[in-house]
Ligand binder design. Structure first.
Ligand code: AMP
Ligand code: MG
Length: 557
């Protein structure tokens, strides 16, 4: 057990820090992003101590901190764009992944042939690197997996007794780790000239917009917003590990403030806390554990507070679940979102319900044409006819129907004779009522399951294609109902052709159907099919566009 000193950066302390580093020890230093655990870049034994102290996987490379451009040239191959970025954005929260030179060992680079380099914008860090005369690899000064430290006391919480010295430089100005980028050479569109482009491997306070000033394209790496497979070899190894998570389970809720409140009051118990924006704190009088992370419209203030509040939550043993407000993903917000996403173990609950449009009309009215036009334009469709065909073949359903209609509705092999059932069902009203009483609840159950699935997939409009929307009462699930109607003759011709039946059979089916008035009285909107399919499609698209606009306007309120 060491005696850990936590002290302000006086002359004596800085001298002590230098001696420790040059004798192969590890020292915690402040930077403008987060505190770092630093050691001599050229001393592998010292570097190994960092990995051991943090419990960090060996394939997770360290960022090497430098204080001059000479040091950069010494450890990495510097491309023209890297030079330009260094000159303009350093010292600052930007790490560049560059091809390493031999003096950087694989212990530092996590076995890669590249090295992450950064010049921190903090007087204490710069002074320490300079007086030591060597670059200092310095990963965040936290036990691997815990939130990064933004105060000296956070470092003490994790490393008391394990390292000799923590230099206390006050609270970190930025609060989230640096933006990590790689630079690619690509053939340009004109003349095949080589262009240098940037990929953000980890978002930070230097944003995509900041970088766009110096190159013509910035990509966001796929580990920034998505979960990476832990077994896969990736460009930025640190991004695949679970990170920042407190003991309590954190769940990010994707919705507006009202939706957030509704969800919290429905789902919170006495061990649930909330993580909200500062201006919202007073709205949760009934919740005992209310934490905040910055102001809603100020991503920098969120970046500043996030790790500290995650550590506070970690210390509160009474809280086992946290519902968190979702930050905006623009600018520095992307870094905040990226960290909170990892603290949640990627668990996001979507609160926004999709807008459900019920589409109905008689058989042959052109409903399917409307659906196809909308499906072709990417709108999600739930096809109740298809569901009904699946449901009717379920053993429990077949059994009930055979009890009532007789085994004549089945083929010898026990499957359904649909045509026979249709003739019986449509011949008497009572029969149809019975059939529907068996089918509707089964269909509605599947519809609800499909809505849930589509919501999880992020759909915001769903068309419920339901010939019996009102009879089955599925209209209560809808935000809007639309009827497609057509004249009798148009319909008869269409169904005879479509279903390959006689005119007589077609007429019997149509007799069991409602009049146009039934639909126009009940639906919010009516689309008339005059037999011209192209104009029918156009009408459908116009309707869906107006619904999209309505949704957008609502979201802005
Ligand atoms: P930390 O030092 O804990 O703030 O994290 C350093 C992170 O920077 C690593 O986990 C990587 O994601 C990234 N990084 C550092 N060096 C490299 C490199 N040579 N190649 C790719 N990513 C790197
Ligand atoms: Mg870290």
């Amino acid at each position: 057990m060491k005696k850990t000193v936590l002290a302000k950066p006086t002359k004596e302390i800085m001298q002590k820090a230098k001696e420790l580093i040059l004798s192969g020890e590890v020292v915690a230093m402040p930077t403008e992003t987060v505190y770092g655990l630093s050691a001599n870049a050229f001393d592998d034994e010292a570097i190994k101590k960092i990995f051991i102290a943090k419990g960090r996987p060996q394939d997770n490379p360290l960022i090497v901190h430098i204080s001059s451009m000479e040091q950069l040239e010494k450890i990495a191959y510097v491309t023209p764009l890297a030079k330009k970025l260094a000159e303009n954005l350093w010292p600052g929260p930007l790490t560049m992944v560059l091809k390493k030179k031999d003096c950087i060992s694989e212990v530092v680079s996590g076995g890669l042939d590249t090295v992450g380099v950064r010049m921190p914008n903090h007087p204490v860090a710069l002074e320490l690197i300079e007086t030591c005369g060597v670059p200092l690899p310095a990963p965040s000064a936290n036990i691997s997996g815990k939130p990064s430290p933004t105060k000296a006391t956070h470092v003490l919480d994790d490393f008391d007794g394990k390292i000799d010295l923590i230099i206390d430089g006050g609270e970190c100005e930025v609060g989230v780790e640096s933006t990590v980028i790689s630079i690619q050479e690509e053939h340009g569109d004109n003349n095949g000239e080589m262009l240098e482009r940037i990929t953000i491997l980890r978002p930070g306070a230097i944003t995509a917009n900041d970088l766009l000033e110096y190159c013509d394209r910035v990509y966001v790496g796929n580990g920034v917003l998505n979960k990476l497979d832990e077994n896969v070899k990736v460009q930025s190894p640190g991004m695949k590990y679970k990170h920042y998570a407190p003991n309590a389970q954190v769940i990010m809720l994707d919705g507006n403030f009202k939706e957030f409140c509704d969800y919290v009051y429905k789902n919170a118990d006495e061990n649930t806390g909330v993580l909200v924006f500062e201006n919202e704190e007073s709205m949760f009088e009934d919740i005992e554990y209310v934490y905040t992370y910055g102001k809603e419209d100020d991503s920098l203030s969120q970046a500043n507070k996030l790790f500290d509040v995650l550590r506070q939550i970690d210390k509160n043993e009474k809280v086992n679940k946290i519902f968190a407000r979702m930050p905006k993903k623009q600018g520095v917000g992307l870094a905040v979102y990226n960290r909170l996403l990892r603290a949640c173990g990627f668990k996001i609950e979507k609160l926004k319900n999709p807008y459900i449009v019920g589409l109905t009309g008689q058989t042959g009215s052109g409903k399917s044409t409307v659906c196809k036009a909308l499906r072709d334009r990417g709108v999600a469709i739930i096809d109740c006819d298809k569901i009904s065909r699946e449901v009717i073949n379920k053993a429990e359903v077949l059994e009930k129907l055979a009890d009532y209609f007789g085994t004549g509705i089945m083929y010898a092999d026990g499957t359904l004779n649909r045509r026979e059932l249709a003739i019986l069902a449509f011949s008497e009203e009572e029969n149809l009522i019975f059939l529907n009483s068996v089918m509707y609840p089964q269909i509605t159950k599947v519809v609800k399951e499909q809505i849930k699935q589509l919501k999880e997939n992020g759909e915001n409009i769903i068309i419920l294609d339901a010939p019996t929307l009102f009879e089955s009462k599925a209209n209560v699930l809808c935000d809007k109902t639309i009827a497609v109607i057509a004249d009798k003759e148009v319909r008869l011709e269409r169904i005879v052709k479509r279903d390959n039946i006689t005119k007589q059979e077609g007429k019997i089916r149509m007799k069991a159907q409602h009049t146009n008035d039934f639909y126009t009285d009940r639906c919010d909107l009516v689309i008339e099919n005059d037999g011209d399919l192209q104009s029918l499609e156009q009408k459908a698209v116009r309707v869906i566009d107006s619904i999209k606009q309505e949704i957008q306007e609502k979201a802005q309120i």
